[in-house]
Design a binder for this molecule. Structure first.
Ligand code: SAM
Ligand code: SF4
Ligand code: SF4
Length: 341
């Protein structure tokens, strides 16, 4: 069985699973506050519960799963979860997004457990900027993790860099050169006004068009490279063959092709990154629902899906932060670090 399509004809193909809401960094575009409300420990799904839900999603047509957070490598023994998910029939791609502070230590176990791909978040090549912007003095550990992943044979590693005017927009070329050196593809991400980005303002967003202009100023012609039309990144190629991507969620949303949904660490399922509320699957799982009940419930929600959050944000005349801090404290699942980027 598949989950069918939603009201806009979009199938359910990708699932992002946030395995923890905790993080060992404090990126200013994601976790700028001094204090956070955390999900209660007792509400966090076990690996068995996550795997059971993932199996149900795969039976509904999901072929690609990405583990995220928070920082997924903070979840104890996350490689064991990778191993459990890897055994699901029908799962074609199992990836992880990580800040890589702990990657050098865990890359071997992740690889042995069957993780297919890694995306590493790295916004700056200047350690002092990482300290100022993300409160981490361990820039070296990130780069060590990227090197270790390559040494172990991970292919197709990508680097996510959120570009913020006045912070790192003078590092575009350095990041492209870094990608070339480490044989990883850089993806520039437009700063998004997601929950948690309480310091977001439109003037800090560097748009796709501006990014392309600035890269072309330096490298000459930039032409489109083959891209998966359902993936968030559009890919481009420089004259020498170097490729890079741009994720233009803020100025050029791609809701029309969105086949993604997200599961939080406490089992709440969101059909849009911007959705105010989600579906409590933990209650069903712990309440004794059968797999058939779960399939019916999830497929029903997907069939009724109307989400196009980023397009709705774009249409706003006066665009400001999505939620005030009080609203995030009242429902921490509205935070990007809880919902999973
Ligand atoms: N902690 C892991 C990491 O940073 O890779 C995984 C979770 S993080 C929420 C996933 C992705 O969301 C990261 O690549 C991060 O850069 C991105 N992200 C977080 N807040 C964002 C924002 N306001 N705008 C754009 N991207 C954002
Ligand atoms: Fe940064 Fe990821 Fe942590 Fe958010 S969850 S603060 S993006 S490392
Ligand atoms: Fe998909 Fe929602 Fe993001 Fe649009 S805003 S691409 S519907 S998750």
């Amino acid at each position: 069985m598949t989950g069918g399509t939603d009201t806009m004809g979009r199938p359910l193909r990708r699932l992002r699973i946030s395995v923890t809401d905790r993080c060992n960094m404090r990126c200013r575009y994601c976790m700028p506050e001094d204090e956070y409300v955390w999900l209660p420990r007792s509400s966090i799904l076990t690996f068995e519960e996550i795997t059971r839900l993932a199996r149900v999603f795969v039976s509904l047509g999901v072929t690609r799963v990405r583990l995220t957070g928070g920082e997924p490598l903070l979840r104890h023994d996350v490689a064991a979860l990778v191993g459990q998910l890897r055994s699901l029939d029908g799962l074609e791609d199992l990836a992880m997004t990580t800040n890589a502070l702990l990657l050098a230590r865990h890359a071997g176990a992740l690889r042995s457990a069957g993780l297919d791909r890694l995306t590493v978040s790295l916004d700056t090549l200047r350690p002092e900027r990482l300290l100022a912007f993300a409160k981490s003095d361990r820039w070296d550990s990130i780069v060590e993790g990227i090197g270790e992943a390559r040494r172990l044979g991970f292919r197709g590693t990508k680097i996510n860099a959120v570009v913020i005017r006045g912070f790192n927009d003078d590092e575009l070329y350095d990041l492209i050169e870094f990608g070339r050196t480490y044989q990883v593809e850089i993806r520039f991400i437009e700063y998004m006004d997601v929950g948690g980005a309480t310091q977001w303002t439109i003037d800090q967003v560097v748009s796709r068009d501006e990014l392309l202009r600035r890269v072309a100023d330096r490298y000459g012609s930039v032409r489109p490279a083959p891209s998966d039309p359902t993936a968030p990144a559009e890919r481009y190629q420089l004259k020498d063959g170097t490729t890079f991507g741009i994720i233009a969620s803020t100025t050029q949303p791609f809701c029309a092709a969105c086949d993604r949904s997200r599961l939080t660490a406490d089992g709440t399922w969101y059909t849009c990154l911007y959705a105010a509320g989600g579906v409590d699957l933990r209650e069903l799982v712990r309440g004794g629902a059968s797999d058939a009940d779960l399939v019916e419930h999830i497929a029903g929600v997907w069939r009724r899906r109307t989400d196009r959050g980023a397009e709705e944000r774009l249409a706003l005349a006066d665009r400001n932060t999505l939620y005030p801090v009080e609203s995030l404290r009242a429902d921490p699942r509205r935070e990007m670090h809880t919902r999973g980027g």
